[in-house]
Structures are given as C-alpha cells and as structure tokens.
Design a protein around this ligand. Structure first.
Ligand code: A3P
Length: 309
C-alpha cells in the first residue's frame, strides 16, 4: 500500500504552514492515515444487509447525525443517565470505517447489536460489500460556505495554528479548487445524491439546515428509515423531543466529555467537534467576491439537481 500511495498526486496545504499533506485517490483528497484506513476497509470490510451507514463529508453535521442515530437506536437499552454519550465522544460510540481501531469498535458494536457504522468515503469509493449487501445509507450535507469555515477552524485548531498564521483566503481557495478533506465537496454530495435517486428506499439524504429548522419531522424520518420508528405512545411521552434536546448542540457541547476529553488518548480534543453550530457563520469570514465565486461554481455544479447548498 505504501508504494501505491507514493505514486498518488499529493498536495501540501500552504495555509496550514505545510503541516498537512493530502493524497488524491479515486478522485478524492484525503490525508494519509485515513486513506490507509479507507483502502483497508475497501479490501476487508464485510457489510451485513442490516448495517446502516452514516455517511458525510467532514464538517457537515456528522457528529450530530451520529448522536441522533445512536440515541434513537439505543433508546431501549439506555436512558439519559446511562447513555455512553455521557462519557464517550460519539465518534467512539459509532465506529468510523477508516479508523485503525475499527475492529475494536466493531466488537463493541456487536455487543450492543448496533447496526450503525460511519464513513466519510465518497459513494463511489465505499467498500463493495456496502453496495452489494444493499444496506441502508443516511447522508448528511450542509451549506458549502459554512462547511468551508467549519473545516478551516477544525484543521487550524487540530494543528494548533492561530488564525493569524492560517490565512482564510488561502484555505478558501484550496477548497474552491476541490482540495478539501474527502473533496471536492460538490462531487461528494453529487455522488450520494445520484445514488439516492437510483435507490431511494436505501439512501436517505438529510440537510443540516433542515434538521435544524424542522428537527421533529427529520428525526422521525431518520428513526423510521434506520428501522427504529417511534411509536405513538413514545411520541406522546416526549421521547422524540427528549432525543432532539439531548443531542442538540447546547446539551452535547456542554457535556464534560465533550468539553475536556480526548478520544482514546488520540491527538484531537473532543471539543473540536463542537464549535458554534451557527447557520451563516460564513458571513463573518467571506468577502463579497468569495461569496460570488463559490456560489457561481456551486450553482453550475448543482444546476440540474434542485439541491441548494
Ligand atoms: P461549526 O464548525 O460550524 O460550528 P462534523 O460533525 O461533520 O465534523 O461537523 C462539525 C460541525 O457540526 C461544527 O460546525 C459543529 O459545531 C457542528 N455540530 C456539532 N454538534 C452539533 C449538534 N449537536 N447540533 C448542530 N451542530 C453540531
């Protein structure tokens, strides 16, 4: 694998002071250890028809979607005082396909009979068995301008670079050129969108902004789709509202584990997954020119789709 990776196109991110290099593999950009994990998964992962994949490009609401799906799927096993979400980052609760510890996570998942798995891989690069087993896929996407800002802060903070050392204009330009985690972002969204038209019963698309503006409808839709529908009694008893509140940004970002924890002694602090969660934060960073430029390109790429990013 090492030799193959050496032959791939490479890009060192100038706005991150050269501290991060991405490789282009199967038409998407990714850092080395996630690429290795992705290839390993493509070679070895055996999906079950009952698996449910939570898919996303980075910074589009992955953490939120995972929390909601986990809380929905485990609501008979745990309540708000016993859920593992109180003591573990959600990325430790729902296994991430590209991670090296995926096997350990897989064992935990089996113990809980949890069907959930997560990945950032583009649709075209999912392990073959995910498609052939016909398992369900939920895909979340988000306004591109907020994704750019979210990714900018996440990577900058992960590498401990202050804003003055990480020029936003350069980060924007790289993203615009398609060089972003698992990007080009447009292609990532289009891949899942096309697949959802071909297999609507197996692929559910959710938009971050819709989840925010209409949480109840969308959370019920999510629960139905992943096979854990709420009963009328549960709804009356406020179970849906409680899950929405518990998994909401306000509650999750204030849990001690998410304020101070580090996943499994890893590099990234849990708090990095919870920043502001504000729609339209891009307005604090974009010039008029950047806004026009990205909107023009996005309109071109999505003109036929009816998708609004
Ligand atoms: P911001 O950087 O705009 O604040 P991902 O989970 O895909 O990495 O995306 C991270 C983004 O989702 C961050 O956006 C983060 O603050 C936001 N987020 C995390 N948890 C959330 C929640 N419970 N509700 C809404 N947004 C959430």
């Amino acid at each position: 694998m090492e030799d193959m990776i050496k032959t791939l196109p490479m890009h060192t991110c100038s706005w991150l002071k050269g501290k991060m290099t991405m490789y282009k593999y199967q038409d998407f950009w990714v850092i080395k250890h996630l690429l290795e994990g992705g290839i390993r998964a493509q070679q070895n992962f055996k999906a079950e028809p009952s698996d449910v994949f939570l898919c996303s490009a980075p910074k589009t609401g992955t953490t939120w979607l995972k929390s909601l799906a986990f809380a929905i799927a485990t609501r008979e096993k745990f309540d708000e005082s016993t859920t593992p979400l109180l003591t573990k980052l959600v990325h430790e609760c729902v296994p991430f396909l590209e991670r090296s510890e995926v096997e350990e996570h897989e064992n935990n998942r089996k113990k809980l009979s949890l069907p959930l798995m997560a990945t950032h891989l583009p649709y075209a690069s999912l392990p073959e068995s995910v498609l052939s087993s016909n398992c369900k896929i939920v895909y979340i996407y988000r306004n591109i301008k907020d994704v750019i800002v979210s990714q900018y802060h996440f990577m900058r903070e992960a590498l401990k670079l202050p804003m003055e050392d990480a020029p936003f204009e350069e980060a924007f330009e790289e993203f615009y050129q398609g060089v972003s985690g698992y990007g080009p972002y447009w292609d990532h969204v289009l891949g899942y969108w096309k697949a959802s038209l071909e297999r609507p019963d197996k692929i559910l698309l959710l938009k971050y902004e819709d989840l925010k503006s209409e949480p109840k409808n969308n959370v019920k839709k999510l629960a139905d789709f992943i096979g854990y529908p709420f009963s009328a009694d549960e709804e009356k008893a406020g179970v849906v509202d409680n899950i929405i509140r518990f998994c909401g940004f306000e509650n999750m970002s204030n849990l001690e584990v998410n304020k101070t924890g580090k996943p499994n002694g890893g590099m990234l602090e849990n708090r990095l997954y919870y920043r502001k969660a504000k729609d339209g934060d891009w307005k604090n960073y974009f010039t008029d020119e950047m806004k026009e430029k990205i909107e023009k390109l996005t309109d071109e790429k999505f003109s036929e789709t009816g998708l609004v990013l």
